[in-house]
Design a protein around this ligand. Sequence first.
Ligand code: UDP
Length: 403
Amino acid sequence: MMLDGIPQDNKIKPHEVVDWRLKILVLFGTRPEAIKLAPVIHELKKKFFQTIVVSSSQHKELLKPLLKLLNIETDFDLRIMKKNQTPNEVCSRILAKLDKILAEEKPDLILVQGDTTTTLAGALAGFNRQIVVGHVEAGLRSGNLYSPFPEELNRRLVSQIANLHFAATERNRRNLLAEDVPTEKVFVTGNTVVDTLRHILKNLTPSARINELIEETKGLKRILLTTHRRESFGERMSGNLKALRAFVEKRKDVCLFFPVHPNPNVQEVTNEILAGKERIFLLEPLDYKDFIALMKSTWLIVSDSGGVQEEAPSLGKPLFVLRENTERPEAIRAGVAKLVGGNSFTLARMLEENYSIDTWIKSVKEVSNPFGDGRAAQRIVKIIEEKFTKKIKGGTTVQRSLF
Ligand code: UDP
């Protein structure tokens, strides 16, 4: 549908009531989604789009301090989290609650990010209401439907639904084209995590507690561990924690920092294996800037996280990826990361090998980040602007539907 003409320069004064402005609903629910959508939200607001920010609160406790740090205010909180929910319950509760907001707000576009259950539910809710869906960080593929679970299927399904696919890398774009996503709907923008990381690095002021920890462990080789993915739960996680404990016990110049995820599957096994051990520091989940400050101070990062793989190249930090496969092989190709696989003996061997001959660890330097250059959000918003507007004689019109 064509609407009234808007000024060529598209500059709107914030106090003006302008019905024709595009209404964009941005949905997130977990820590990484908030980190990666924050720059997009700021850019949308800068350009005076009507922006509705919705949190599903899939990661309730982790989100609050993060949103404060990133200066993000939410318009709606779906508050869907309950203890021990299955992905089906999370998905169905988001669908039901979000649908009411969509009916009321009638956004022109829904932006979702990544591959969580929130992402899938948001895309599906938009589809069922025939709202245009934009997918930020589209096209990641591990090649194994069950790993990461349920994220690999989530992102594949979102790629079937989305109308605009913002791929972080050329490889991600190729993955989408191989699944018959039309080329004109795919845009390589870089990953917005690099935008946020750069923003935080500009003014990195860690808390007193983190400064103290760094001071206390001066001269030691610091390992930073994060592990909380579903595929790591159980024997695999306990094996990895034991391997790390044995390594720290044996090598007196090594210490371990582990911000422990609130998930009980992580908490229990961590307390059992790592609590009270010398040179092992069990921490609460860290504020993003504290986490980055610790990453910067490490000798080695060991993690099953996706986002950490994207951050390590910007920080020039060596990373062992605690996974059997990765949908982010760019970090490995950049020489920053190594895949451990699912076996804790391999982890033990890799720790020892790289301690004895630390050529690789020393060789890892800040590299040009294969995931982005810090301007992904600007590109995404520009593409949205271009897609939804059309030049006409004497101005520009907004077209609300891309179908
Ligand atoms: N992170 C953080 N505090 C922590 C651990 C991780 O802020 O204590 C950040 C990390 O820098 C990365 C993101 O959280 O940007 C990763 O989130 P997570 O591992 O939960 O999800 P994934 O990236 O695997 O989807």
